[in-house]
Design a protein around this ligand. Sequence first.
Ligand code: ZN
Length: 123
Amino acid sequence: MYEIKIISEFNAAHRLRGYRGECEKLHGHNWRVEAVGKTDKLTKNGLALDFRAFKRALADVLKNLDHAFLNDVKPFNRANPSSENIAKYIFDGLKKKPAIRDKLTLKKVSVWETSTSCATYRE
Ligand SMILES: [Zn+2]
């Protein structure tokens, strides 16, 4: 089995609902996103999936979040824009991209809110 990982970032503001503490106030993060896919098949060039194609698919999902106030972006106008929910949102969006669906099994998406705090979603 082969595993490939890409890393990207986006910048956005959010405010946690129903939370007592600093995070209920409007604030921003530079979120770091790691996506991991796996496959047991390589192309004849020896690739699982071209990293560029993987990154393009992730960038396409992240463009909805980048430089946004997440509480205004669906589904975070209802669901809390927590790192956990953001990781699942990115996972679900990325999994549907044809470039991913055809070549990889998406294994997990991790979202780093700070350099020491990370949430991961996997199915
Ligand atoms: Zn926050």
